[in-house]
Design a protein around this ligand. Structure first.
Ligand SMILES: [Zn+2]
Length: 137
């Protein structure tokens, strides 16, 4: 495959991808929005907890969570080495997730969190569409 980006550009892209994490999940979600004619989403909104997608008109904040970092029990991803260290980190993330949800809800936002494995296997759609229609104005 021929790389159509210059070296500089390529490294900029790689850096952006790395710092954002969850890239393929987000792209998959955008495809899903298009397919289901879901519009009105915004990215990189300055909102508490930094949701991956925000629907300002519906006051809806969507988080795409990595299974490992957010402690999903779908796969046994936790490393055996330094288990205490990782468990503690993940527990802290989960606590923060709850806090983010509480604070956003107190400001009138509806919060939807979805794990990356659900997005990848497309188990998300029905659930999300239901949520989305219930949030309709
Ligand atoms: Zn998962």
């Amino acid at each position: 495959m021929v790389d159509c980006f210059s070296k500089k550009k390529r490294s900029d892209i790689m850096r952006a991808v790395k710092s954002r994490g969850n890239r393929s999940t987000e792209i998959k979600l955008i495809e899903f929005f298009r397919k289901n004619k879901i519009t009105g989403w915004r990215r990189n909104q300055n909102l508490y907890g930094k949701p991956d997608f925000v629907f300002p008109k519906k006051n809806l904040a969507l988080f795409a969570d990595g299974c490992f970092w957010h402690g999903h029990n779908c796969r046994n991803l936790r490393p055996r080495e330094n288990a205490d260290y990782w468990n503690e980190k993940i527990e802290r993330n989960k606590k923060r997730d709850k806090k983010v949800k509480r604070i956003l809800q107190s400001k009138g936002w509806k919060v939807f969190r979805v794990f990356e494995c659900k997005i990848k296997t497309e188990k998300l759609p029905v659930k999300f569409l239901e949520f989305f229609s219930s949030a309709a104005l």
